[in-house]
Design a protein around this ligand. Structure first.
Ligand code: AMP
Length: 364
């Protein structure tokens, strides 16, 4: 086994860039395997309460980043908007998995769409819009209805405006502050699903069952497994996920959000990818032998991947904002696993926790 493939021994330290709930659940999973964690975040988040070490410093503080890198054996990230420069600085001292390439293709919507389309995988018709002069050409590609999305820093439906007819594009562009955007044709879908896979350091790939995802105001509210997607589509979705991961020599858990159209000519269309553990995979914590969080840690630590098999059916629901007030009622429900992120303030739209309702496994 080459040095790069030598698995990290228990007692080693995993560095995590980002300190939100995904970092928290990664740190908890690492701890179960006897690995320590060091979180680097620009503000104290919910991961800080459960990690061995935390550095709270800006992502452009290169000295603090180097000092952080010197205390850890491998580094991962829990959000895709980590500045690339931070990853480059850290990766000069310690392996970063998944690497910078995964960030490059997921931080910028145009780069992401071009990468996926370049693999021959369907995406919504898209065109760049960075000035009013681009409107006519973009609309000619996408038609309407369409959605205008900022190229950077959009998530949970933020930085997106619906465009029902061509004359609405001007107001939409103003609403996003005239930032560089992608105009995307609106896909008429039957349902949204996501492919969740884990790719090991040796290139082995394992898939979780696909969840069907429902959104409210652009924010995921519910994931249901099994998804009800036909078998042929399940296989096609996995092939799409594998191609995306292999094309960037990805290591760790990757999620690809897909629209299922039901159109035989183009049944699956990729919406976006996340180079990290994903909210639509939270059901794996209680319905699978090994969760997405543990499998991500295993992959980046060079361990054998754990089973992705599902022993139960599951419905995951997010607790958003004040919904976290239901904790007492949910804690009393049978076959329900409650996860609270300990974030304190619960403003509207903030992900505060989730719960997984389990039932006997069905096929599908
Ligand atoms: P995103 O932030 O790109 O994941 O978008 C948030 C949600 O908006 C998606 O989960 C969809 O429900 C919806 N959406 C985004 N893009 C499209 C599209 N091209 N066609 C139809 N619905 C979309």
């Amino acid at each position: 086994m080459g040095a790069a493939l030598t698995p990290l021994k228990p007692g080693s330290t995993v560095g995590i860039l980002g300190g939100g709930q995904l970092g928290r659940m990664l740190a908890l999973a690492a701890s179960r395997l006897g690995l320590k964690t060091h979180v680097y975040a620009d503000e104290a988040g919910s991961a800080c309460a459960v990690t061995n070490h935390a550095t709270i410093a800006p992502f452009d503080d290169l000295d603090r980043l180097r000092a952080f890198a010197d205390t850890v054996d491998v580094v991962t990230y829990e959000f895709e908007n980590v500045p690339l420069q931070a990853v480059h600085v850290v990766s000069q001292r310690v392996p970063v998995r998944p690497g910078a390439r995964a960030l490059e293709v997921s931080q910028e919507r145009l780069a992401e769409k071009r990468y996926i389309a370049g693999l021959g995988i369907p995406v919504a018709p898209f065109a760049p819009v960075s000035a009013t002069e681009d409107f006519a050409a973009a609309l000619a590609v996408t038609g309407t209805p369409a959605i205008l999305k900022t190229c950077r820093l959009g998530y949970d439906g933020k930085g997106q405006v619906r465009v029902a007819s061509p004359d609405e594009l001007g107001a939409a562009f103003e609403a996003v502050g005239g930032l560089p955007c992608v105009l995307e044709g609106r896909i008429a879908f039957r349902s949204e699903v996501s492919v969740l896979l884990v790719r090991g350091l040796d290139g082995s790939v394992a898939f979780y069952d696909l969840p069907r995802n429902e959104h409210d105001n652009g924010i995921l509210c519910r994931s249901t497994v099994p998804s009800g997607l036909p078998q042929a589509e399940l296989a096609a979705a996995r092939a799409i996920g594998a191609a995306i991961a292999e094309g960037i020599d990805y290591v760790g858990v990757l999620a690809a959000e897909l629209f299922w159209t039901g159109d035989p000519a183009r049944p699956l269309v990729v919406n976006e990818i996340a180079p990290r553990v994903h909210n639509s995979g939270h059901w794996t914590m209680d319905a699978c032998w090994v969760s997405q969080f543990e499998n991500h840690i295993r992959a980046i630590a060079g361990w054998p991947l754990g089973s992705t098999d599902r022993h139960s059916d599951a419905v995951m629901e997010n607790l958003i904002g004040p919904e976290i007030g239901r904790w007492h009622e949910l804690a009393a429900l049978p076959a329900t696993a409650l996860h609270v992120y300990d974030k304190g303030e619960a403003p509207a739209g903030r992900k505060m926790g989730h719960f997984n309702r389990l039932s006997r496994r069905s096929e599908g």
